[in-house]
Design a protein around this ligand. Structure first.
Ligand SMILES: NC(=O)c1ccc[n+]([C@@H]2O[C@H](COP(=O)([O-])OP(=O)(O)OC[C@H]3O[C@@H](n4cnc5c(N)ncnc54)[C@H](O)[C@@H]3O)[C@@H](O)[C@H]2O)c1
Ligand SMILES: O=C(O)C(=O)C[C@@H](O)[C@H](O)[C@H](O)COP(=O)(O)O
Ligand SMILES: [Zn+2]
Length: 364
């Protein structure tokens, strides 16, 4: 049976992106328009709009790519840019980029003069299936992922798979991790279909239908619980340990894409699901091996001496309440369970499971 999930947010999946943006701009006649890109999306994605955009007086802001630039300094640059270029509450910000840009630009737009309209044109697989939808915006602070932010829904999201043509394969694989996550928490059929798919070689029609299913699942949770008081936490499967790995790697000057950290985090949290929710070990093994096939080994070797640091990152996860660490686990494949506790020993056992599964990595 297919589990019902409909897209209720204002998300348009199209292969006529320029026509869609032309219609949008007509609704914003005589407003000031801002276009945000990063260096790569200026090169690979902005040109498709050049004929359309040259007929509007647009202020262009370009940021440096890279997780290290998801910072307060970049937000300040964006606010200054708005101020210097006459932004007001009726302005529109068009964000053309991956999840990093839509997260941080969405935050700047949501907070300047208490909020301007913004639309997302996600240009990576990850941002199309996940980051551009749902309104989580923000930036990293004190080494912690998305530590500062607000939830504010974009006015619209326009998704066109055309942008994926210029995306490097590791970025495609990174988005694939979040799609697998959607399968793990809600739809085993989607998960198994994804695992049989060569996501790097897939044609644009097939990828569109997989993107649509992932957005349906994401939007199902967002619509019921936009402020993450309850079931939206399901979308954090793999992230409690995944974010701690991401922070750990970044603090050691290694920069895996977010989706890779989530994929490794899901291996550990699958094992934790076995310890806490009796997810069968045979399934934990099967799906962990599948994940490793696509995401490979950890980029640096994690050893016992790193455990305290990892636990520290985990203890600062946004979902935690007081001293209670809060996990989203699985009781079955396709069935999530939120607000799950775990002992320190169980968390470390799960990290050890991940280390054993991903044996070949370099020492730091
Ligand atoms: N808000 C959310 O709900 C949410 C969900 C998941 C992830 N995230 C966040 O999203 C970020 C990761 O996003 P991402 O994976 O899109 O990475 P990204 O935004 O860093 O983009 C990856 C790289 O691809 C380049 N790029 C973008 N589009 C391109 C294109 N069409 N062709 C060629 N190059 C292109 C970018 O310049 C960058 O170098 C993380 O910061 C993560 O925390 C947010
Ligand atoms: O939209 C959500 O809710 C998610 O949890 C999606 C995640 O993939 C995303 O990485 C999110 O930013 C993580 O949540 P955070 O609140 O821990 O930053
Ligand atoms: Zn994520």
């Amino acid at each position: 049976m297919i589990k019902e999930a409909k897209i209720q947010s204002d998300v348009i999946i199209t292969n006529q992106i320029v026509d869609e943006i032309r219609k949008l701009l007509k609704q914003y006649e005589n407003r000031s328009i801002f276009v945000f890109t990063d260096i790569n999306t200026t090169k690979f994605c902005l040109p498709i709009f050049s004929d359309l955009f040259k007929t509007y007086p647009i202020s262009y802001f370009e940021m440096e790519p890279g997780e290290e630039n998801k910072s307060m300094e970049t937000v300040v640059d964006m606010w200054n840019f708005f101020g210097d270029n006459g932004a007001d509450r009726k302005s529109l910000v068009i964000q053309i980029g991956g999840g990093l840009l839509t997260d941080i630009g969405g935050f700047a737009a949501s907070t300047f003069k208490r909020g301007m309209d913004f639309v997302n044109i996600p240009t990576t697989l990850l941002s199309q299936v996940d980051a551009s939808v749902g309104g989580k915006t923000g930036f990293n602070f004190n080494g912690l992922k998305n530590e500062i932010g607000v939830i504010r829904q974009p006015n619209r999201v326009f998704i066109d798979p055309i942008f994926l043509k210029t995306l490097e394969s590791n970025h495609i694989i990174s988005g694939y991790a979040e799609m697998l996550k959607h399968g793990f928490i809600f739809d085993k059929k989607h998960l198994d279909l994804l695992l049989q798919t060569d996501i790097v070689q897939i044609d644009s029609q097939d990828v569109s239908s997989l993107i649509k299913r992932s957005i349906e699942i994401k939007d199902h949770f967002v619509h019921i619980d936009p402020n993450e008081k309850g079931i939206r936490k399901a979308l954090n499967f793999g992230h409690t340990i995944g974010h701690s790995l991401e922070s750990f790697f970044i603090s050691n000057h290694v920069h895996p894409q977010h989706g890779y950290a989530v994929a490794w985090g899901m291996i550990a949290e699958l094992y934790l699901s076995y310890l806490r929710k009796e997810l069968p070990l045979s399934q934990v093994d099967h799906y962990s091996n599948e994940i490793i096939k696509h995401f490979g080994d950890l980029p640096i070797k994690i050893e016992k001496k790193h455990y305290d640091t990892l636990l520290q990152w985990i203890s600062k996860d946004k979902k935690n309440e007081g001293k209670k660490i809060n996990f989203t686990l699985l009781s079955e494949i396709g069935k999530y369970s939120i607000n799950e506790d775990a002992t320190q020993e169980e968390i470390l056992d799960s990290i050890e499971f991940l280390i054993q599964k991903t044996a070949n990595n370099d020492e730091i």
